[in-house]
Design a protein around this ligand. Structure first.
Ligand SMILES: NC(=O)c1ccc[n+]([C@@H]2O[C@H](COP(=O)([O-])OP(=O)(O)OC[C@H]3O[C@@H](n4cnc5c(N)ncnc54)[C@H](OP(=O)(O)O)[C@@H]3O)[C@@H](O)[C@H]2O)c1
Length: 316
């Protein structure tokens, strides 16, 4: 079978290779899955650069999100059978044709959901739910607070905007260009702000760096700033965060921390909510292209193209 593999940390376009590998039979409690679609997310590429080298062992197969079909089940597995579609979560490894994963880390996909949408049902929707929960925990559910969403036209930004409204907040979409504002405006009727720092009660930030610092300075006392990404490649200035420690609650949120501590029933409930939101439309993501695994270099080259217009998917 074909797989993508990283033997050394570095620029993803240079260090992610393709190689043939043997399929392995699933051991007790595990299943083998033929991957039908896998997503390319920013969070797949960060470990490749070596940013988390303390917890990333080489070599490894990238890819945290996707959907596959069970092909073989190991001894003692109940409730999963060949042919069934699942989302295998909890570790990377989806950018390959076949994956062996403990059955307990596989979640059933309902019929009627396309492979493309199922492949994007995990990372962004479940993170968006956690972010809204964190805001509700900070502010309570009363009052209509203004919450800025940076990189608001990203796949997760487009989910956060309606979820914030549903939760009683007033979302403010923050984007870096007029072109992005125009694209987002086609589907989002609320406030869109280009490269400026409006008054806000809270920020959900995927950008960090100088833009994050500027927003952090402006947050009203009693507010909250939750950082869940660093698309700029930089963190917020720690001195700034420390200086406002008593008036702005700063925190990081990583889905991985929740997934590895939450009870399985809570993860199942989050998936049920994700699938329902995808069907309803507000949690569906647009697809910018589907690439054969053999064409992974083309997909990675396209990932930074501002005109890609949606998630890139791999069809191993
Ligand atoms: N913490 C977690 O557990 C977690 C989970 C899910 C996602 N995330 C993070 O969420 C972020 C978005 O993920 P996604 O899957 O939604 O990404 P995506 O759909 O690929 O969208 C990323 C978009 O962000 C915008 N962008 C890129 N760099 C930017 C910058 N420096 N400043 C402002 N905007 C920028 C670009 O839009 P324009 O070109 O149109 O401006 C780009 O298309 C990533 O940082 C990811 O790591 C974190």
């Amino acid at each position: 079978m074909l797989r993508a593999v990283v033997h050394a940390f570095g620029d993803p376009r240079k260090v992610i290779g393709l190689e043939e590998a043997e399929r392995t039979a699933p051991g007790p409690g595990a299943v083998e899955i033929r991957i039908r679609r896998a997503a390319i997310n920013p969070s797949d590429l960060i470990p490749v650069t070596g940013a988390y080298r303390s917890r990333t062992a080489l070599p490894f197969v990238p890819g945290f999100e996707g959907v596959g079909e069970i092909t073989r089940v190991g001894a003692g597995v109940t409730g999963l059978a060949p042919g069934q579609r699942v989302l295998p979560i909890g570790a990377s490894g989806l950018w390959q044709e076949y994956l062996v994963r403990p059955a307990e880390w596989c979640f059933a996909v309902p019929d009627g959901l396309s492979d493309d949408q199922a492949a994007m049902a995990y990372v962004n929707p479940l993170t968006a739910f956690r972010l809204i929960d964190a805001l509700e925990a900070h502010f309570g559910t009363t009052g209509s607070r203004r919450i800025g969403v940076t990189a608001a036209a990203s796949a997760i930004g487009r989910m956060l905007l309606p979820l914030l409204t549903e939760a009683g907040f007033r979302p403010v979409a923050l984007v870096r260009s007029a072109a992005t504002a125009a694209r987002l405006g086609a589907t989002f009727g609320g406030e869109i702000v280009v490269q400026s720092t409006p008054p806000l009660d809270g920020v959900l930030d995927a950008v960090g760096g100088a833009a994050g610092d500027a927003l952090f300075r402006q947050i009203r006392p009693g507010g909250a700033f939750i950082q869940y990404g660093a698309l700029s490649g930089a963190q917020l200035d720690p001195a700034l965060v420390a200086a406002r420690r008593d008036e702005v609650a700063f925190s990081f949120l990583w889905l991985r921390n929740w997934v590895h501590s939450a009870p399985r029933a809570a993860i199942e409930a989050a998936f049920a909510r994700s699938f329902a939101g995808i069907r309803a439309g507000h949690l569906a993501s647009s697809v910018g292209g589907v690439f054969a695994l053999r064409d992974l270099p083309s997909a990675l080259a396209r990932q930074d193209d501002p005109a890609r217009g949606g998630k890139l998917l791999i069809a191993p």
